[in-house]
Design a protein around this ligand. Sequence first.
Ligand code: SF4
Length: 217
Amino acid sequence: MLTIFSPNMLKTYQTCPQKFFLQYIKRVNIPRLTTPFEKGKKIHALANYYLQKTDISRIENALTIEEAQIWKTLQQNTFFQMKCIKSEFQLSCKLSDFWIGGRLDALMQEGGKYYILDYKTGSTPKNPQYDIQTMVYLLCLDCYIKDYESISFVYLNLKHKNNTLITFNEELKLQYQKALTELCSKINNDKTYMPNTQNCSSCEYKTLCKHTIKQPL
Ligand code: SF4
């Protein structure tokens, strides 16, 4: 399989290999309801324009009261106020025989310290230090910036107004490399894409997947 494994791809495989097969091998597209994603998408787009110094006044005027509050929280965040190096930045790196990568919300700098920002309008991962997104992006940034004092991943929880910071180190690097290499290798060698039916009820493929668990009437 010749591809760059993104955090979403890797997480999908962990959730259900059959879902990974339908989504990324068969490329079956399922139309999604946009409503639950709309708020997060708008804030991400707004933050990107703002960091690129584009005039955002018209978009700001179109925000709902709730969105305006979230946007204010983001603007007041200490990490968001740092010097921005890149916004909506695509990064990748080679890991053993595989490529991993994805798009960062923003990369900020304070002296020799670099911070990957991830805006959350919903919940923060339960185990942020070992969340796949954290692992992929920190390994990629470690490859990208050769000379740094520190690199960290920061989840900005805009709903609860708090930050979760994970600072990279050599021990984590080895752990991340091992975990992600094993996962990529498992996907690469998978021939069956076994269904994991524990998550069928919330799966967008449930109407067409032959393995789905039918809910009792
Ligand atoms: S419906 Fe169930 S088995 Fe099928 S892809 Fe979704 S989670 Fe996997």
